[in-house]
Design a protein around this ligand. Sequence first.
Ligand code: SF4
Ligand code: SF4
Ligand code: SF4
Length: 272
Amino acid sequence: MKKYILPILMLAVFEAVAITLWLTKNNIFYLFNFSYIGGAIALGMVLYIRKNQHARRVVQLLVGLYMLIYLGLICGENMQIEGFWYYLFTGVFEAATIHYAVAKIFGPVLFGRGWCGYACWTAMVLDFLPYKVPAQPRKKLGWIRYVTFALSLIFVGALFLAHVGNIERIMFWAFIIGNALYYLAGIILAFAFKDNRAFCKYICPITVFLKPMSYFAVLRVKCDKEKCVSCGKCRKVCPMNVDVTDNSRKRENGTECILCMECVKNCPKGAL
Ligand code: SF4
Ligand code: SF4
Ligand code: SF4
């Protein structure tokens, strides 16, 4: 039972959020929503502990499909960054603002970029592509994320400033078109750079929130220097080019770690 402490703790955190939001917002949807997500993540952790090879992908599909199809397409919630700006500008703490607060702004202080490894519906598709391990060196293109971040803010800000009517409908279509563009750009980049996660590294605007917050992450992969023989395998299998042998917070690409555990699984000395 002791080995299941972490999934139990994770489930407890999500249940606390679920119950708090259910009672404060007087909306039982939050109880269902966060219980489902917490349950899926806890299930994935249990599968991982039981050495199931597909543990991460199971969570990714359970959470990613739920958010994309149920919340996005069926409920009509724009859960992309434009939806976050939209709710922020209307001053409503609902849907996308809650999602961003939990998964992408404050949550990363606890679980780093777990969102990127286990829940994102964009990466859910990109991770099916053939370049799980980058076949080319990392490019210096990270600045593009600030451009896409600014564009998303300008787009929603302009809708408000121009007093455009029926913004909710526009947000729904922005979600569909935005996702289609993300998938298209993500797939093209993956093949061009021979790297499934190229979109995450260079384009995704959400990393503007995720990277600084995950710098302080409590949950991190650490290296036992006594066991490490500097074979370099962990670096080779890492989809995000993280130098996980360096335990400092300033380690190379440290804020890129998506907690996929590929390095841990592949370390021949069990040093991670
Ligand atoms: S970087 Fe962006 S696209 Fe990639 S997994 Fe994270 S949120 Fe999704
Ligand atoms: S794979 Fe393990 S032993 Fe090899 S460098 Fe990484 S931590 Fe050290
Ligand atoms: S392989 Fe290790 S260091 Fe790289 S992203 Fe996955 S968990 Fe993080």
